[in-house]
Design a protein around this ligand. Structure first.
Ligand SMILES: Nc1ncnc2c1ncn2[C@@H]1O[C@H](COP(=O)(O)OP(=O)(O)O)[C@@H](O)[C@H]1O
Ligand SMILES: Cc1ncc(COP(=O)(O)OP(=O)(O)O)c(N)n1
Length: 268
């Protein structure tokens, strides 16, 4: 069994953050561990409060895991503020995990700033160069590069600019595009296009968290980046197709659909 660590924020409603990450890890048959960076009070309708965990406690969580357990992959999500980013970067430099998947979480679908605006530069300068793969959505790619993205050509341009900031691979996610859900994977030489039709649902809470955790799981399980991204795109598509109409707002994706279907728990 491979061990995968998420360094991210807690989502009380279970659709995104640490909770989505751990469910995704379980669905991929890897052992999930967590370093919590912040606790959020949120549900399908919004984020209502956030309390950041102290840098000392974040450092201690990182140390406790790495000093004891082999970590095959790390996924990084909500990092909130400059001190949190510095602490995570120090931990990554010290323990040098093989695979680092960075989801540069900035603003929740409900519009809450999960990354303080003043922490943007630290995320770019300190975490991007340590990432095996970074997975910005369109808005995050715009903030990181400073360009406006309205088309696949613009996404390509952003992927080139972000690659030059230090990560080994860049996946620009197009879930917020009008037509298809097209993601672009750039390895420094070639752009690979992953396209699915856009699923007509409001229930997409935690899609970015789920995709990045699936990539981390697949890398830990020994797949190449290209294979890991392809399999993870298939996983998130099934999770969105079978997303759950829980709550009054944007519901979560279904992490275990394929597993339950295979085992007979779901028999429609
Ligand atoms: N309505 C949708 N139909 C199909 N795929 C989607 C849809 N929304 C998002 N995706 C896919 O989910 C993944 C996460 O993308 P996105 O929602 O853009 O990220 P984030 O949650 O970080 O904003 C991507 O692979 C994207 O293409
Ligand atoms: C604690 C926490 N972390 C990350 C997010 C953002 O999740 P994401 O998958 O990028 O998209 P939405 O959940 O905003 O749809 C979050 N909400 N909470």
């Amino acid at each position: 069994m491979k061990n995968v660590l998420t360094i991210a924020g807690s989502d009380s409603s279970g659709g995104a953050g640490i909770q989505a990450d751990l469910k995704t890890f379980s669905a991929h048959g890897v052992f999930g561990m967590s370093v919590i960076t912040a606790v959020t009070a949120q549900n399908t309708q919004g984020v209502f409060a956030v309390e950041d965990i102290s840098p000392e406690l974040i450092a201690k969580q990182i140390e406790s895991i790495f000093e004891d357990i082999r970590v095959h992959a790390v996924k990084i999500g909500m990092v909130s503020k400059i001190e949190t980013i510095k602490t995570i970067a120090e931990g990554l430099k010290k323990y040098k995990p093989d695979n680092v998947v960075l989801d540069p979480v900035m603003v929740s679908k409900s519009g809450y700033h999960l990354l303080k605006p003043e922490a943007k530069e630290a995320l770019i300068n300190k975490l991007l160069p340590l990432a095996t793969i970074v997975t910005p959505n369109i808005h995050e790619a715009e903030v990181i590069t400073g360009i406006k993205i309205n088309s696949l050509k613009d996404m390509e341009k952003a992927a080139y600019l972000i690659k030059n900031m230090g990560p080994k691979y860049v996946l620009v996610k197009g879930g917020h595009l009008e037509e298809n859900a097209t993601d672009l994977l750039f390895d420094g030489n070639n752009i690979e296009t992953l396209t699915t039709k856009k699923i007509n649902t409001k229930n997409t809470h935690g899609t970015g968290c789920t995709l990045s955790s699936a990539i981390a799981s697949n890398l830990a399980n020994g797949y190449s980046i290209h294979e890991a991204v392809k399999l993870s795109k298939e996983y998130i598509t099934t999770a969105i197709e079978n997303s759950l109409d829980i709550g009054k707002g944007v519901g979560p994706t279904h992490h275990f659909y394929t597993l339950y279907k295979r085992s007979g728990v779901i028999n429609e």
